[in-house]
Design a binder for this molecule. Structure first.
Ligand code: PLP
Length: 400
């Protein structure tokens, strides 16, 4: 997303995405960006939320005609119910034929899974999203934690140590701060060997990972539409057939009697469309965002070298998490002034200035854990924006 008054031009050099490997071109771009005085507004916070896609909005608008209550038995009600079923079936097909329960976003789906899947205690990773970490105590019983390495990868070595009382293991598909991808196949094997279910928060994994493949291992996953260009406040808990899920909200027969309340048809339809598009475009998304991320990181590393650390090794292509050593003042407000919009980690805890629990779990000091910045890329991100942002970061680091 760029609001420059004119399209950005770097001394006439504007290479297409495919030319990213051109080292000489990169150097020209970096030099050009240094002298580039036009203000750009560069949104690099797609992991917090991505813009609503036109195709999704169109689908949602067309569902507005189906205003009747999907639970009404008359013809308009049945039409709305059919549209809701079609959205559910679409998501089920994209997740290997699992049962789909619509929710009001990823947070609700996480809460539901953590409280209502499996019997007994829970084992979770310490790098989970707050929606998982903070709902775990509400489940009752004891909480146990899996080990995490310095790259933010959760270990499956609990296979031999996990108490028999644990009925649910919760490990996210991809971490929302550093982007680390978790070994779900191994984790599922370890959980199942001890008779526990595996739930995986796949809110961040869904852009770049194949959900059918993930559902071959996990017993349940949570999803959120707005990370994929769908509407906010729309999500789903997807549960493998035959796995027992306890109800979340009493008071109605909706969602198979487990979550009462009239369904939000537009949200369900929008979510299904966003997931369908993400699935169809997954390869292109990975290629594009990885190229942009590499360009961004190369530019930073060339200028800032040892003053930065790029976090996470095996990670999603669309997240670059950078820890800035020696930055004496917070970088995010400076970047904001320069028109570069990133975040310090999870958007939902962005207002609480405390060290990242993810970086702490990865073994970083409290000081380092306050200095991480997450830059995340989307299909709308351009090469020019990335170079502008890199230049802005480098400029912000100069006087420090
Ligand atoms: N889980 C992860 C990993 C997330 O990144 C987020 C959102 O940032 C959520 C859950 C919450 O999703 P929602 O915003 O739909 O409630």
């Amino acid at each position: 997303m760029s609001n420059a008054r004119e399209p950005p031009r770097f001394f006439g050099f504007s290479a297409p995405h495919g030319a990213i490997g051109d080292f000489h071109g990169v150097l020209i771009d970096i030099l050009a960006a240094k002298f580039y005085n036009e203000r750009m507004n560069v949104y690099l916070d797609y992991a917090a939320s991505a813009p609503l896609r036109r195709e999704v909005l169109d689908e949602m608008l067309s569902s507005a005609e189906l205003f009747a209550n999907p639970d009404s038995l008359h013809a308009p009600g049945r039409l709305a119910a059919a549209a809701l079923l079609a959205a559910r079936d679409k998501i089920s097909a994209l997740t290997g034929g699992a049962d789909v329960y619509f929710t009001a976003g990823g947070t609700e789906a996480d809460n539901w899974a953590v409280r209502c899947l499996g019997e007994g205690d829970i084992l979770l990773s310490p790098i989970e999203h707050a929606a998982v970490l903070e709902s775990a105590p509400l489940r009752g019983g004891e909480q146990f934690f899996a080990a995490v390495d310095g790259d933010g990868i959760v270990s499956a070595d609990f296979e031999h140590t996990m108490p028999e009382s644990v009925g649910l293991v919760a490990v996210m598909g991809a971490n929302n701060e550093v982007g680390s991808l978790q070994p779900l196949e191994e984790l599922a094997r370890a959980a199942h060997a001890r008779g526990a279910l595996l739930f995986s928060d796949c809110v961040q994994a869904a852009c770049s990972q194949n959900l059918r493949e993930i559902m071959r291992h996990a017993d349940a996953i949570s999803l959120s539409a707005h990370k994929l260009g769908g509407p906010k406040g729309a999500g789903a808990l997807v549960v493998k057939k035959g796995v027992k899920l306890r109800p979340l909200i009493a008071g109605g027969e909706q969602e198979r009697g487990k979550r009462g309340g009239t369904a939000n048809l537009a949200a369900a339809v929008g979510m299904a469309k966003a997931l369908e598009l993400a699935d169809a475009e997954r390869a292109a998304f990975c290629r594009l965002t990885k190229a942009l991320r590499d360009l961004f990181e190369d530019a930073l590393l060339r200028s800032l070298g040892g003053r930065i650390a790029i976090d996470g090794a095996n990670r999603v292509p669309n997240i670059s998490h950078v820890t800035f050593a020696g930055a004496s003042s917070p970088l995010l407000p400076l970047l904001d002034l320069k028109g570069v919009y990133a975040s310090g980690g999870a958007a939902c805890s962005a207002h609480a200035a405390r060290p990242s629990h993810v970086l702490l779990a990865m073994g970083r000091s409290a000081e380092e854990a306050e200095r991480g910045v997450r830059f995340s890329f989307g299909m709308q991100t351009t090469r020019e924006e990335v170079l502008f942002a890199a230049r802005a970061v480098i400029d912000c680091m100069q006087p420090l």
